[in-house]
Design a binder for this molecule. Structure first.
Ligand SMILES: C[S@@+](CC[C@H](N)C(=O)[O-])C[C@H]1O[C@@H](n2cnc3c(N)ncnc32)[C@H](O)[C@@H]1O
Length: 269
């Protein structure tokens, strides 16, 4: 299966809703919020700054471009009308935000018109990320900031002992749902080839806490996908999901992945 996030609008409604629920769970996970506040808070934007999130999903991070990054207004661009509708419902009361259906490779925004662009877990899903990067270069004002954060997917694990079968569910889920596992190890070269100046690069460790709501969506989707593709019998997939949920309730669950953020700037001119 090719990565469904790379063409989300073409997936059936049930899958898009399941992915929207997983995105919502991840956005509201406090350890994930710490990652975002770690890299979105120190841009020193102009007072009337306009920010854009590419691949805005259900909209939480677009709002943080105002609440954390200090923009006065923000636009989320997202190809899936189901995601855009959910974002518009959740954030209807916040008039600083707008969400539009669109493509990160062709935003329709004017040259040199945006102060800050953020791509949070977008580029790992896009075949041809260099096309997104050159579009960002075009729309940013001289001196404008491009902030990227994505998983370093090879580090994802739920393993608590040798040959732990739950780890295979995490690896399968990522294998089936990510286009480029190595994007954050390649991002420096991609950005400088497009003319960007590199700023701070940081690693952010994510450890699932408490009821591990988001990480369990990874396990459950991995198990279901293994059953759908005939790797596992449905009963085996259910048993592995039950093992993960039991580990959470018995405080034996461990889920981890590194994220990397990279700040870049369009030269001031
Ligand atoms: C993992 S989700 C991240 C959503 C949001 N940024 C967040 O972190 O909560 C990736 C999003 O990128 C969107 N996406 C994929 N390809 C895209 C493209 N070419 N242009 C804009 N968005 C795209 C997907 O539809 C999906 O909503």
């Amino acid at each position: 299966m090719s990565d469904p996030y790379s063409d989300l609008a073409a997936q059936d409604t049930a899958l898009q809703e399941r992915i929207a629920d997983a995105i919502d769970a991840r956005c509201q996970d406090s350890a994930q919020m710490e990652i975002r506040s770690g890299y979105l808070s120190d841009f020193n934007l102009a007072q009337d700054a306009f920010a854009v999130e590419l691949g805005s999903g259900t909209g939480y991070i677009t709002q943080e471009l105002v609440t954390l990054a200090g923009a006065s207004s923000a636009l989320g661009i997202e190809p899936s009308p189901i995601m855009v509708e959910r974002a518009n419902e959740t954030f209807a009361a916040d008039h600083r935000l707008r969400f539009d259906v669109g493509d990160a490779k062709e935003t329709g925004l004017a040259d040199d018109s945006v102060d800050l662009v953020v791509a949070h877990t977008l580029l790992c899903h896009v075949p041809g990320p260099e096309d997104v990067i050159s579009e960002v270069y075009r729309i940013l004002k001289p001196g404008g900031v491009f902030a990227i954060c994505d998983g370093d997917y090879d580090t994802a694990t739920a393993q608590i002992a040798d040959f732990d079968p739950l780890d295979q569910l995490v690896r399968f889920m990522i294998n089936q749902n990510v286009t480029n596992l190595w994007i954050m190890r390649q991002i420096g070269g991609l950005l400088t080839r497009s003319g960007f100046e590199l700023g701070r690069r940081r690693g952010h460790g994510y450890v699932a806490e408490g009821d591990a709501t988001y990480f369990l969506t990874v396990i459950d989707r991995g198990a279901d996908r293994m059953a759908e593709t005939g790797v596992l019998q449905a009963t085996t997939a259910e048993a592995l999901k039950a093992e993960a949920h039991a580990r959470v309730s018995q405080n034996r669950f461990f889920g981890y992945m590194s994220y990397v953020s990279q700040i870049a700037r369009k030269p001031a001119g």
